[in-house]
Design a protein around this ligand. Sequence first.
Ligand code: ADP
Ligand code: MG
Length: 230
Amino acid sequence: AKDLVARFLDAHPDGGWLNPSLTADLLGCYSLPLTTSVWAPDEHGMVLAARSMRQLGHEGKIALKAYWPGQVHKSDVGAVYLGPGDDASVRSTFRDFENRFGERLAGVVVQPMAAPGTELFAGIVQDQVFGPLTVFGLGGTATDLLDDRTARLTPLTENDLHTMTTELRCAPLLFGYHGHPAVDLTAVQDLLARLSRLADDVPQLAEADLNPVIATPDALLCVDARVRLE
Ligand code: ADP
Ligand code: MG
């Protein structure tokens, strides 16, 4: 992780957002549960990637995400396609991305569709005085709307991990609520511990966002991650 960060900052002395593949490499150093992603630079690459990803996807579906450096909310601008992975749908999505984003479009991230679950958010922010904070809450596109989150200074203690996952207003969703299945709480705590460890090891980590981490009763899968170094 330290090597990767040093190499990136050599090439980008002012820092910046890691591209999807470096993001996966850095988070992979801490075994954070990222979904499989394939980078496709053009339409042909996208069709080929979609053919292999749809076999892994829930109900044969895939996610296609238009990528350019520095993007924020992809779904707000129509940069996320979720649906069948047949060649025709993939080609028409590529043309749609090209029309919409033109020159800005650097390539497309192709992923298998994850099985549905509870969407969580986990991240790192830097406090000017106290250093890295690990943030946790309800995720997905409604994160800002619901604003149900909690934060602790790193390194996280066992007690932090327990209270972070029990004090949210939405905590009943984690324990099982009205037909909504419980999530694997130990896996959630493990993810938060690994993320805080990354923030401790890498002081150049300015910001990290894992949103959503899709939680089911027996697994966690992050389908969207962003990391900024400084
Ligand atoms: P952004 O947060 O930039 O709008 P995301 O990649 O998080 O873009 O996608 C938006 C939403 O689409 C997610 O919150 C999630 O509900 C859904 N989504 C994205 N990728 C997948 C995937 N691989 N499997 C299932 N759902 C996904
Ligand atoms: Mg997201």
